[in-house]
Write a protein of this length. Structure first.
Length: 229
């Protein structure tokens, strides 16, 4: 029988903590919980969970301060917070959070995010070289993109953006991170560069560029490559 993946909940609201625990245990995960940052870091070292669900409004420390500490310990991090401000989401993702779910949330969506996080851990460990979304195939090793079996010609910047998204399928990649990775640190505020490239990619890859299903926009935050298999 496979060992259940471990999920650590770091949340000061006892009601929400119980809701998260019940949902995660019902899905078959082994669950630990903490009500403070201090307790959360302690349990992180003891239990070594695969996934951490982190509230940002903790009583003893701002959750944003914990993101890099949690990531440094090798856990996948999903922020679950009532803070819905775009700047907060951008800050959390730039610090290394893998996903961001805003309260109130649907428990089925939460479980889907956890499943996705665990799949990503496995794919990261096995260095996924081919990403498929519908009839689009991205061959990262060969720097080649196919649509319906035909090679799609992309500019270096177009391929660079697509490859960065393909390395993190179904995860939000922030504007600043994409700009740093593809254009360099001096251009991380030039969001208009990114918009032009994404528009071109949608023209070349989407069935209906006006209603994109592959490259999804997270308004004010970044982009997500959706539907990868």
């Amino acid at each position: 029988m496979p060992i259940a993946a471990k999920v650590l909940i770091v949340e000061d609201d006892a009601h929400i903590r119980r809701l998260l625990r019940v949902a995660a245990e019902r899905a078959g995960y082994s669950v630990g919980e903490a009500g403070t940052a201090r307790e959360g870091l302690s349990l992180l070292d003891i239990d070594k969970p695969e996934v951490v669900l982190l509230d940002l409004g903790l009583p003893d420390r701002d959750g944003l301060e914990l993101i890099q500490l949690i990531k440094a310990r090798g856990a996948t991090l999903i922020v679950v917070s009532a803070r819905d401000d775009t700047a907060e989401k951008v800050a959390a993702l730039d610090l290394g959070a893998d996903d961001y779910l805003t309260k109130p949330f649907d428990t089925e969506e939460l479980l889907a995010r956890i499943r996705t996080a665990l799949r990503h851990r496995l794919s990261d460990q096995t260095a996924q070289a081919v990403v498929t979304i519908g009839d689009v195939v991205i061959e990262l090793d060969h720097r080649r993109v196919l649509r319906a079996g035909e090679e799609v010609h992309l500019s270096p910047k177009e391929y660079g953006v697509l490859a960065e998204l393909a390395k993190r399928p179904d995860r939000i990649v922030g504007h600043a991170q994409l700009l740093r990775d593809v254009w360099g640190p001096a251009h991380e505020n030039r969001v208009e560069y990114l918009r032009i490239v994404v528009r071109n990619l949608r023209q070349k890859l989407e069935q209906d560029p006006a209603r994109p299903m592959i490259i999804r926009n997270e308004i004010g935050v970044g982009y997500r490559l959706s539907g990868a298999g």
